[in-house]
Design a protein around this ligand. Structure first.
Ligand code: GTP
Ligand code: MG
Length: 498
């Protein structure tokens, strides 16, 4: 008992953790999950929590099936009592009837909505050990699911998700009924471990066709997507096979928490449904790179041409300092929509729409770009060093002229040609030319540097706008998507996480 309790404790703790993860995923996903899905997930979470609070040491087994299949008769046969009403008028059972093996079933039966008069406790002192294998069992007899009375179906739909084990009772006439297969069984794919089918009224079949019929039923279950679901044969009337049914139930009751197992598959279903509203992954970081956005926007405002023009002014070319053009709305719109296309590719629609809602609009981006670019300095000041060299070249030119003039004057005055003066003049001319050449070099370098600075400043201004207007809001959504995805994975059992 202690060991079982400890195992149940571990199961319960793990389930509670998974339910927490599920609810947190729902919170993170918020309005990006449709309201109906969120409501279903919350309902499952609440049910599982309530079931866990009631303790998983009891196992709720519900007998479900079409009217007249023999649920109530089977209930009585298993319990060895005549408690459930078996009738000739159809349908007979309209309220859930319960039999509890062992004590303390009241809170669980309250939660299951079983009326005070519809409960009976098995295993009195008189039964001694006869009923011991079923201790912990809470057996429910449900109304029919294929009823002419819609209330019956409502009761079934309410209780089926609460049962830890579903026993589908079918009879030889109606075991292939569509209402059973499409209405219930096919929706229980994944819950094979929590269900079993009993082919009742075996006594109405000739012995030689019984196996054939059971095989046909098994084939239908496989078609339903439920391979491996146990099929038992019984007759509530003759008692044939009832021992096998009781043994099956005893196995389930004794097994490592059926309640936790069933609750686990409910959490899995909810996690799968929620996971279906998330993408498989967020876009790779490279797809959210800002550089292509900056390239496109700086091209659109003509930054390369303006940088070149500023450089040209510094180089000493003609023309005044240029200005950046107005930010064109259509170009901003294009950049924005191509950003959204790339960023939201592969995300479910609701998440993509959220990215679209959160990034800056075209006008907002355009205003921010205009303001940011207005702060970029475009002033073009020619190089001082180059100016000094030009002045030096002028001085050297004048010196060359003076020396040349002096040499010519002396020669005309009849003196000898002064090679020293001529050499000096030539030297001054050469030096002036070198100074001019150096000045041109200096200006070219200063022009290139200035152009590069304007480009860098302009790109930084654009990048700041792109980051705050596009990249950051997108990354926020992606971070939430990733968190929701991880939480959903944490809400799943290891087996279904892959
Ligand atoms: N021959 C035969 N008749 C059975 C068997 N089990 C039940 N019946 C009869 O089938 C009829 C319906 O049985 P119930 O136990 O009331 O069936 P149910 O599934 O509870 O029906 P609802 O309460 O209307 O959903 C009754 O007349 C039973 O006596 C069986 O194993 N063999
Ligand atoms: Mg009944």
């Amino acid at each position: 008992m202690t060991t079982t309790g400890a195992v149940h404790g571990a199961d319960t703790a793990d389930l509670q953790r998974r339910v927490e993860a599920l609810l947190e995923a729902l919170d993170v996903a918020g309005s990006r999950v449709p309201g109906a899905v969120a409501a279903r997930v919350r309902r499952t979470a609440a049910q599982v929590r309530e079931r866990l609070e009631l303790g998983v040491d009891q196992t709720v087994v519900a007998l479900a099936g079409g009217t007249g299949s023999g649920k109530s008769s089977l209930f009585n046969a298993i319990a060895g009592l005549e408690f459930a009403e078996v009738g000739v008028k159809r349908p007979t059972t309209s309220r859930v009837t319960a039999c509890v093996w062992g004590a303390d079933g009241e809170p669980l039966l309250d939660w299951l909505g079983v009326g005070p008069d519809d409960r009976i406790q098995r295993e009195s002192e008189l039964d001694a050990d006869d009923q011991a294998p079923l201790r912990g069992l809470v057996l429910l007899d449900l109304p029919d699911h294929d009823s002419v009375s819609p209330e019956h179906r409502q009761v079934v739909d309410r209780v089926v998700p609460l049962a830890d084990l579903l026993v589908w009772v079918v009879d030889p006439q109606k075991y292939a009924d569509d209402a059973l297969h499409t209405g219930y069984l096919q929706r229980l794919v994944g819950h094979q471990a929590s269900m079993v089918v009993v082919l009742n009224q075996l006594d109405t079949l000739a012995p030689e066709v019984r196996g054939e019929l059971a095989d046909d039923l098994r084939r239908l279950l496989v078609e339903d997507g439920l391979p491996g679901v146990g099929v038992l044969r019984a007759s509530a009337r003759t008692g044939e096979g009832i021992d096998t049914v009781r043994a099956e139930l005893a196995g389930v009751v004794g097994q490592r928490s059926s309640a936790a197992l069933r609750a686990g598959t409910e959490v899995d279903d909810a996690a799968r449904e929620l996971g279906g509203r998330l993408g498989a992954a967020e876009p790779a970081p490279a797809r959210l790179a800002v550089t292509p956005v900056v390239d496109a926007l700086t091209d659109a405002v003509g930054l390369p041409a303006v940088s070149d023009a500023v450089g040209a002014v510094v180089r000493g070319g003609s023309g005044g300092v240029p200005e950046l053009g107005a930010v064109p709305a259509d170009a901003v719109g294009l950049v924005r929509s191509s950003w959204l296309d790339t960023a939201t590719d592969g995300l479910p629609r609701a998440w993509g729409l959220d990215v679209t809602r959160r990034v800056a609009g075209v006008d907002e981006l355009r205003d921010a770009l205009t303001a940011a670019l207005a702060r970029v300095t475009l002033a073009a000041r020619p190089s001082r060093g180059a100016a000094a060299l030009v002045v030096l070249a002028g001085v050297l030119g004048v010196l060359a002229l003076a020396l040349g003039g002096l040499a010519t004057g002396l020669r005309l005055g009849g003196g000898a040609l002064s090679w020293a003066l001529v050499g000096g003049a030539v030297g001054a001319v050469v030096a002036a030319l070198v100074a001019l050449w150096s000045a041109a070099g200096l200006r070219a370098r200063a022009g290139r540097r200035r152009a590069a600075t304007v480009t860098a400043d302009g790109r930084a201004a654009v990048e700041a706008v792109a980051v705050s207007g596009l990249v950051e809001p997108t990354q926020e959504v992606m971070a939430e998507h990733r968190r929701a995805r991880e939480l959903v994975a944490a809400a799943r059992t290891a087996a279904t996480r892959a």
